[in-house]
Design a protein around this ligand. Structure first.
Ligand code: PEP
Length: 253
């Protein structure tokens, strides 16, 4: 039985591509037949973000929105190299990814940083793709649920309204490795996340909360993952730069 919530598919382009290749990715998307019930969000690098947004707007494809890959919680000031949540709002970027494991592991973002960024983003009016997930070592020590719960609790201390949050469960060991979680492994954790949401935020919020899976999602594994009761979509890295992203958008067709 697949999830009763609509499919949400995000493409995280990370630090890849050129102005030209970004346009080509959009050209391919808008020329393809896309499941109209899938909500699609693409996250280009900052330097390509506005061009992609304008290009999508000119193509009048209302189903595809843009996201930043990160944002800083202060609205302005002496923070060289950062882009603020308010600047994203000003530029009419509706979504932001926060807490991606690459931000956590390579750039030292701790749970409290992720929480304050999520809070600031929501207060500014953005929607947030909030990433959580355990490392291989933590999974092997059977700490998966306690790690994701800790990561969620940190945000819950700062944020009470979760209606504009999509939770992306991304086991670190599955990101960019080609090692996808089995649909059973992913479903188990998604179900625990929904139980957490029911206990902390209430059953009706939990029922509506979109919990998406990320970690080596590809055309060949997305269909089975998408049949799981608590998997409401995907955050896609590598495959979002390839034509097969369309197959992932259409996973439920
Ligand atoms: C990601 O970076 O969010 C991701 C899931 O990457 P990949 O699909 O390449 O594993």
């Amino acid at each position: 039985m697949s999830s009763p919530r609509g499919l949400f598919v995000g493409g995280n382009w990370k630090m890849n591509g050129t102005l030209d290749s970004s346009k080509k990715l959009i050209d391919h998307l808008i020329a393809s037949k896309l499941d109209e019930s899938t909500e699609i969000v693409v996250a280009p690098p900052f330097i390509h973000l506005l061009q992609v947004k304008d290009y999508l707007q000119a193509s009048s494809h209302p189903n595809i929105k843009v996201s930043a890959q990160n944002a800083y919680h202060k609205s302005s000031g002496a923070f060289t190299g950062e882009v603020s949540v308010d600047q994203l709002v000003d530029a009419q970027v509706p979504w932001v990814i926060i807490g991606h494991s690459e931000r956590r592991t390579l750039f030292g973002e701790a749970d409290h940083n992720v929480a304050e960024k999520t809070k600031a983003a929501l207060e500014a009016g953005l929607s947030v793709i909030l990433c959580i997930g355990e490392t291989l070592e933590q999974r092997e020590k059977d700490e998966t649920v306690s790690v994701v719960t800790r990561q969620l609790n940190a945000v819950e201390q700062e944020v009470k309204d979760w209606s504009k949050i999509v939770v992306a469960y991304e086991p670190v060991w599955a990101i960019g490795t080609g090692k996808v979680a089995t649909s059973q492994q992913a479903q188990e954790v998604h179900s625990e996340i929904r139980k957490w949401a029911a206990s902390k935020l209430g059953q009706s919020v939990a029922n509506k909360l979109r919990i998406i899976y990320g970690g080596s999602v590809a055309a060949k594994n997305c269909k089975e993952l998408s049949t799981q009761a608590d998997i409401d979509g995907f955050l896609v890295g590598g495959a979002s730069l390839k034509p097969e992203f369309v197959d992932i958008v259409n996973a439920r067709l």
